[in-house]
Design a protein around this ligand. Structure first.
Ligand code: BGC
Length: 394
């Protein structure tokens, strides 16, 4: 029998999982999503956070990513609430007590109603409103936070909200895209500076969704040019524009985009993958792509954290293999010089998958929404062993 090989990860590598406020907290907080896509009780994480942190601890995780709810903290313009901020302090303290590092996203896709009524990300003063919110939360919480993420996936949000019209404010208006995009860049930079004014040693980044783009037809110069531009606008442009305002790069990796040029249809650019293996949502599983992405990020000379990577897999048939193959890719990238310092699986628990509701199951831990009971999936135990040993058996 061939000897199995141990893939050791660097000393102090961080192992954990991620969640976001609206997707897990519950509490019927009013925001721009709540009318059309109410998350209701979700996982009741806002109340039962200790239970979820105990689970993370039991699974040997040493970092946890959560997000703050802007609608809870600032339900009205100019009014910051003490109660939720004190509650978040308790949550962060509970992580500290368990020796789990915290990665906190300041904004993960939900806006207070007053802000969305003012046009949300289309408002040219958006970055000023966000700066006030950032200043408030960072002054209150920074002593308990190890990593700050200003926003989650600007490009995905912009395309789903303003091109595909799926997320609030559900618009199909390409003309708004440059404005929203520009606001994301400006907002991130201002927030970055605001956090550093409060704590010059803070570690600040964003969680940026990066897909692996390649060619449907590599022999065609035109197809190659089109996929290069696609990659530039979807993945690189934002990073280029904020490169002097990041202390680390957060990578959310889910997608392979094999770009095909189809000049006689609309839109003339299609993504056509082989789809040999797909998740419950039909997304192609393509771990090799992560290796290429990470090697490509070496040029920024910054630490990299995988802030999200995961799959919808209700029966938990693919998750262990998925984790293993993605970690193999990460390990290979580290050996090729990529400075990857942590891996956070999406997600610790099943949760509210935005416009898809509660159907897709992304959790290492299963959630029974009727009884609110949790059950550790076998893949979570597999992952826990890797976290404990800081190595993967190949
Ligand atoms: C988002 C998460 C989402 C996950 C799975 C990421 O794009 O940050 O909120 O649940 O993908 O779709």
């Amino acid at each position: 029998m061939p000897k199995s090989k141990q893939l050791k990860f660097p000393k102090d590598f961080l192992w954990g999982s991620s969640v976001s406020s609206y997707q897990v907290e519950g509490g019927n907080v009013e925001c721009d999503w709540s009318e059309k896509f109410p998350a209701k009780t979700a996982c009741n994480y806002y109340i039962n956070y200790e239970h979820f942190f105990d689970l993370a601890k039991e699974l040997n995780q040493n970092v946890h990513r959560l997000s703050l709810s802007w609608p809870r903290i600032q339900p009205m313009e100019g009014r910051f609430e003490r109660k939720p901020i004190e509650h978040y302090r308790k949550m962060l303290l509970a992580l500290k007590e368990r020796n789990i590092k915290s990665m906190v996203t300041i904004w993960h896709w939900t806006l207070p109603l007053w802000m969305s009524e003012k046009g949300g990300w289309e408002n040219s003063k958006f970055s000023d409103y966000f700066q006030q919110y950032t200043k408030f939360v960072v002054e209150e919480l920074d002593d308990l936070v190890d990593f700050w993420l200003t926003t989650n996936e600007p490009m995905i949000y912009t395309s789903l909200s303003y091109v595909l019209g799926k997320f609030p404010p559900q618009k199909n208006n390409l003309l708004l895209v440059p404005k929203v995009f520009y606001n994301f860049v400006k907002t991130h930079k201002k927030a970055y500076n605001t956090i550093h004014d409060i704590n010059k040693n803070a570690k600040v980044g964003i969680a940026h969704s990066i897909s692996y783009v390649d060619n449907f037809n590599p022999k065609s110069i035109l197809n190659r040019t089109v996929s290069k531009s696609f990659n530039f606008f979807k993945n690189s442009l934002f990073l280029e524009l904020v490169k002097n305002h990041q202390d680390f790069i957060g990578v959310n990796y889910y997608f392979h985009d094999r770009v095909r040029l189809d000049p006689f249809s609309f839109p003339p650019i299609k993504v056509q993958n082989e789809n040999k293996s797909v998740t419950d949502l039909g997304w192609e599983i393509y771990p090799e792509g992560l290796y290429n992405i990470l090697c490509n990020l070496k040029k920024y000379n910054l630490p990299i954290y995988i802030t999200e990577n995961g799959l919808a897999d209700k029966k938990d048939k693919e998750r262990s293999k998925f984790i293993k193959r993605h970690l193999q890719s990460i390990h290979r990238a580290i050996e090729s010089g990529a400075d990857v310092r942590g891996y956070l699986h999406w997600s610790l628990i099943d949760n509210f998958e935005w416009t898809e509701g509660y159907g897709p199951r992304f959790g290492l831990v299963e959630m029974d929404y009727k009884t609110m009971k949790t059950k550790i999936r076998p893949s979570a135990l597999y992952y826990a062993e890797i976290c404990k040993e800081n190595q993967l058996t190949n």
